[in-house]
Design a protein around this ligand. Sequence first.
Ligand code: 87F
Length: 509
Amino acid sequence: MAGGNAKKSNASGGVKKKEVKKETGLGLANRKDENFGEWYSEVVVNGEMIEYYDISGCYILRPWAMAIWEIMQKFFDAEIKKMDIQNCYFPLFVSPGVLQKEKDHVEGFAPEVAWVTKSGESELEVPIAIRPTSETVMYPYYSKWIRGHRDLPLKLNQWCNVVRWEFSHPTPFIRSREFLWQEGHTAFATKAEADAEVLDILELYRRIYEEYLAIPVIKGKKSEMEKFAGGLYTTSVEAFVPNTGRGIQGATSHCLGQNFAKMFEINFENEKGEKGMVWQNSWAYSTRTIGVMVMVHGDDRGLVLPPKVASVQVIVIPVPYKDADTQAIFDACSATVASLSEAGIRAKADSRDNYSPGWKYSHWEMKGVPLRIEIGPKDLANSQVRAVRRDNSAKTDIPRDKLVEQVKEMLDNIQQSLFDAAKQKRDACIQTVKTWDEFVEALGQRKMILAPWCDEEEVEIEVKARTKGEMGACKSLCSPFDQPELLEGTKCFASGKPAKKWTYWGRSY
Ligand code: 87F
């Protein structure tokens, strides 16, 4: 009986979907393939992740989203502590003098800096900036704290909010004026140590995307034009959103070299009493990760959460019928949640009596819970439960005595399937090209393009200029660490000069 009910609300075909919407009032008005932007806004709101706020570009992160952030935070925080990186907290406010200190780095970003100019009715004597990032906040104190080689390495991280007053189209998680992130700022005696850490951190970012969010990413190095201007070089993990054909920078790990050390006089004395400047890194990932997850995995029924980041991995729904023993069904649901919870699985029962089972199915589908367990009279009689996967709607009857074992296996399976499906879709959007004509054609097909490049800045400027249109210009995403063989005599796709490396190009967020 539970099965019959499930079929109805699992329907995803056009006509049947409308039925569900009428029946429950929960369906989405927009489809992912037809109206992606509207679909995205609708999903994050109806999935109860986001509430819009009365200041443009600012969003309320509801518990459903915050729980995902906390799960990733727990992983990353534990990993960086293994690397002897310590947490700290620096103030939100920046004095204008300090902010201007590193001119090159702030110049391009200046329009995005938000300022406090008043307290109550009186103008502040000196306006105060709100941190858009914390280099200039932290490094004066690095200068003070680092004296000799024994003070190194200095490895600090902070979990905080930052404000960047963006003017381009705001999007929840993806581009918001205030967002949450971690920012790591480290200082070393040698470049070799800094170089090694850049990659160690980048690997953690890869794991967040691939192991937690089930999103394939490409690790690589940014071009001179796309790197953080204040640094030496920038590495990143790059994801791709097939529906829009846009690349998206997932997280960055920079080697700052000695630029900031020079500016902020972060010097130390080595064992031999010689003076030196420190080598620095900075690295961050933000709540943007959650937006990429929604864009990649969500479907026409709502969010699809990978089990590793879902705060509720299994939702247990009682399916009582008129003449059934309702209490026994509710007891079986509680017992199921208890067994799963004891085994470390995040499970919850929806025992509300003011909603029908069908409404609950749609509700938890919208919120993307990876696995639904239904318990009806027939399941009770057969000592089984019925499990329904969110990602592919597959239904399985699980004997009570195999509950934990099989649910664990199914969750692992869902995690892997989501990654595999995302990778397959992403890979189908990657096009290798050799010539400008092939490049333009692939760009028109919303591809992420791998092309041989001469690695010259003027050529990248020209590519940007030549691809400018209403969809936005194309830029280099990264040169992957994993380089295909570059055959002798290969020419740059854009300039015809000898190619130096393979580089990914595309429109991006
Ligand atoms: C906006 C206003 C002012 C980005 C800004 O990526 C300054 C900036 O420096 C700014 N937007 N950036 C670059 C941030 C670089 C770096 N900071 C630490 C990171 C990782 C974490």
